[in-house]
Design a protein. Structure first.
Lengths: 114, 114
């Protein structure tokens, strides 16, 4: 079975600072990994996905993530935080043959301060 | 192109009642998945339908059921509602079934059981 662990349920950064949201995965087979963002009272929006094509994945809104097999990690980063980045972020995993069944982490609430 | 539409957006039901939620996927999308989101359990997979057939099922009791119609629209039903069923129910649609396809989420139906 696959799972993901997000370290830190709440992260606070200053506007303009680096954003780093951590995600570690557990999978007995090569995983497919995703980062989603959720704004209040909204559904989930895909930021980026790793499907084994490239280890450094660039997504929307300036976010990127690097797949590190040796560390079983897929951390999300953004060089400079903006107030509009304040939201909840979810890491998710699925596997080949898993269809569209996503297993989500517990989420990280990102707060951006002036 | 219209996104994933979930109706109703908000719903209040009494314990013991049943409820039906609706999801209209993006035009042309054939896979529909359902998720339950609660503060305590996070995002949990309910089931996935593709071409009117249930392809995957999560660990939920039989009170939770779903179906998909020939036009890919999907409904989920919860019978004998319990207080713990209060949650945001999210529907996601994908073009086909498979890990390389992006799942587009609706805004969800907020169900409150009193």
């Amino acid at each position: 079975a696959q799972s993901v662990t997000q370290l830190g349920s709440h992260v606070s950064v200053s506007e303009g600072a680096l954003v780093l949201l951590r995600c570690n995965y557990s999978s007995s087979v090569p995983p497919y990994l995703f980062w989603y963002v959720q704004y209040p009272n909204q559904g989930l929006q895909l930021l980026l996905k790793y499907t084994s094509a490239a280890t450094l994945v660039k997504g929307i809104n300036g976010f990127e993530a690097e797949f590190k097999k040796s560390e079983t990690s897929f951390h999300l980063t953004k060089p400079s935080a903006h107030m509009s980045d304040a939201a909840e972020y979810f890491c998710a995993v699925t596997r080949t043959g898993g269809g569209n069944k996503l297993t989500f982490g517990t989420g990280t609430q990102l707060k951006v301060e002036l | 192109k219209a996104g994933v539409t979930q109706t109703p957006r908000y719903l209040i039901k009494t314990r013991g009642q049943q409820v039906t939620l609706s999801c209209s996927p993006i035009s042309g999308h054939r896979s529909v998945s359902w998720y339950q989101q609660t503060p305590g359990q996070g995002l949990q997979f309910l089931f996935e339908y593709f071409s009117e057939t249930q392809r995957n099922k999560g660990n939920f009791p039989g009170r939770f059921s779903g179906r998909q119609f020939s036009n890919s629209r999907s409904e989920m039903n919860v019978s004998t509602l319990e207080l713990g069923d209060s949650a945001l129910y999210l529907c996601a649609s994908s073009l086909v079934q498979g890990v390389n396809t992006e799942a587009f989420f609706g805004q969800g139906t907020r169900l409150t059981v009193v």
